[in-house]
Design a protein around this ligand. Structure first.
Ligand code: SF4
Length: 505
């Protein structure tokens, strides 16, 4: 286990961005020019960035990654910081239908615009996130997914073969709502990666965070289930084969102890998902108000919170585990078995990091559909309206993209974004990126911060000659967000440590 010196912990425990985008969303511009034209002007710029030939593959094709945000949830988890509409129990049919209609019409707006510039539009990946995508009825899931596929070019063999690097369709699953029949339907529709929101498997912790893993029985009673239901779902997917299973887990939740964490990881090892996303709980009650209710419980922070992560990491990567059971750590907080696409992508240097986490998908455009969703190209971000009624009105009545925020990157932002992405995935910065950074006007400031990180033992640098390199040390891995901050020349114009962001540890 890494021993973190107390002075280093005190120095680097601050609030910082998670760097799922660069620059972080706090730097983006709001769209309002007072006369209602702002949205249309930004939409034009956004489309321009999509058809910019220097960013496309130059042969009349464009490759897309599509993200669909389903904001509805059946329950309200108190720790949740996502944009969601909870307590939809049941989800009204009208709300479901009109929202999906808006998503498909938003998709049509994109396809109509792109068709005039590209002879072929192909799909490199599809991800349904939320909220809770599997709250949708089987008929709606079928309509939504098959409508997207029917408009775009996806090779049928790519769609059915998980090991094919050209395409992957994935979905976030709330295990409390899933059934084997639903998983089979999703598989038949082309979904191959199933990401289960597990978070923890200790009943006490789950109760505190408002996420008792209960499932509605046919007799309409709520039954305690957790492990049993999860086991059944995993067993079912394993029998289908050719699927990849991910668990989302969180450390730092109220009530978690080293003992409870060990017990949770023991159960996770038994279920043996292919990948694990092991996130740090982001306690931001000034932004996610439901989290205020959690403050009456003990919440681990600082070195104790870090120990929860270390306990789990040791178990997941233990040499005592057989090769097909153990995990390889990737980036800041992901773990992969060695035969999963995630690790294969890592080895091939094909991973990306985005709002969706780490993905092995190299499409340079992500079109994100739905309320609050964030789309991106190489040099542009746009965010959709969060209010679901305004979102639907913009699409269904005004027939225009419901954009509320945007950011157009300059060349220096693009460079820093690449550096931070490389750091967050591969824990190093390659010499060519470092050499380019040295040409920037803000390099001296960055260099000063790097020298400080180096003297604290968080990074090692080879600085002689043109082939300079930077690598994150074992201790530095704990402070990856702080290291990324050293390159964030825009953040240093703001005040670091403000309550805009969650804690780095
Ligand atoms: S954690 Fe997931 S299921 Fe719970 S409220 Fe948030 S989005 Fe919904």
């Amino acid at each position: 286990m890494i021993v973190i010196p107390e002075n280093i912990l005190t120095k680097y425990q601050t609030n910082a961005p998670r760097y799922t985008s660069y620059p972080p969303i706090t730097n983006w511009n709001s769209i309002s020019d007072g006369n209602g034209n702002g949205n249309e002007n930004i939409a034009k710029e956004w489309f321009h960035s999509l058809i910019n030939r220097s960013e496309s593959n130059g042969n009349g094709e464009i490759e897309l990654q599509i993200y669909i945000h389903i904001p509805f949830c059946k329950y309200k988890c108190k720790y949740c910081g996502c944009y969601r509409i909870p307590n939809m129990n049941p989800l009204p049919i009208e709300a479901e239908n009109s929202y999906i209609q808006a998503i498909l019409e938003e998709f049509e707006i994109y396809i109509n615009n792109l068709s005039s510039s590209f002879s072929e539009i192909s799909l490199a990946g599809l991800h349904l996130g939320g909220g809770t995508p599997n709250i949708l009825s089987n008929a709606t899931l079928t309509h939504l997914i098959s409508s997207i596929f029917s408009k775009l070019n996806v090779k049928s063999n790519a769609r059915s073969n998980l090991k094919n690097n050209d395409f992957l369709a994935s979905i976030e699953i709330d295990p409390r709502l899933a059934t084997p029949e639903q998983l089979q339907l999703l598989y038949n529709l082309g979904i191959r990666k199933f990401s289960f929101g597990v978070q923890d498997l200790d009943q006490n912790v789950l109760k505190m965070i408002g996420r008792e893993q209960t499932q509605q029985t046919q007799q309409t009673q709520q039954t305690q289930q957790t492990l049993e239901n999860l086991k059944e779902l995993i067993k079912y997917l394993r029998e289908i084969e050719n699927t990849s299973i991910n668990f989302d887990l969180i450390y730092g939740l109220p009530g978690q102890t080293k003992k409870s964490m060990k017990e949770t990881v023991e159960k996770v090892l038994e279920l043996s998902p292919d990948t694990i996303a092991f996130y740090s709980y982001a306690h931001v009650p000034w932004h996610a108000f439901d989290q205020q209710e959690l403050e009456k419980f003990p919440i681990a922070s600082g070195s104790l919170k870090r120990e929860l992560f270390e306990v789990a990491t040791e178990m997941l990567t233990s040499e005592m585990l057989s090769a097909n059971k153990s995990y390889i750590p990737i980036g800041m907080d992901h773990f992969s078995k060695q035969d999963d696409l995630l690790y294969i992508g890592y080895k091939k240097h094909n991973l990306k990091r985005s709002f969706m986490g780490y993905t092995c998908n190299l499409a340079y455009v992500t079109l994100a559909l739905g309320a609050s969703a964030i789309s991106s190209s190489n040099n542009f971000f746009v965010q959709n309206e969060k209010d679901i009624d305004l979102y639907k009105e913009s699409i269904l009545k005004q027939k225009k993209l419901p954009l509320i925020k945007y950011y157009q990157k300059n060349a220096e932002d693009i460079l820093v974004a690449k550096v931070i992405e490389e750091l967050m995935i591969y824990l190093k910065v390659s010499s060519d990126l470092l050499e380019k950074l040295k040409q920037c006007s803000f390099w001296n400031e960055i260099d000063k911060r790097l020298q400080d990180l180096k003297s604290d033992g968080l990074i090692s640098m080879q600085e002689s000659g043109p082939k300079s390199t930077l690598e994150v040390t074992e201790l530095g891995r704990v402070f990856l967000r702080n290291i990324a901050m050293a390159f964030d020349y825009r953040l240093h114009a703001l005040s670091i440590g403000t309550k805009k962001f969650s804690s780095t540890i």
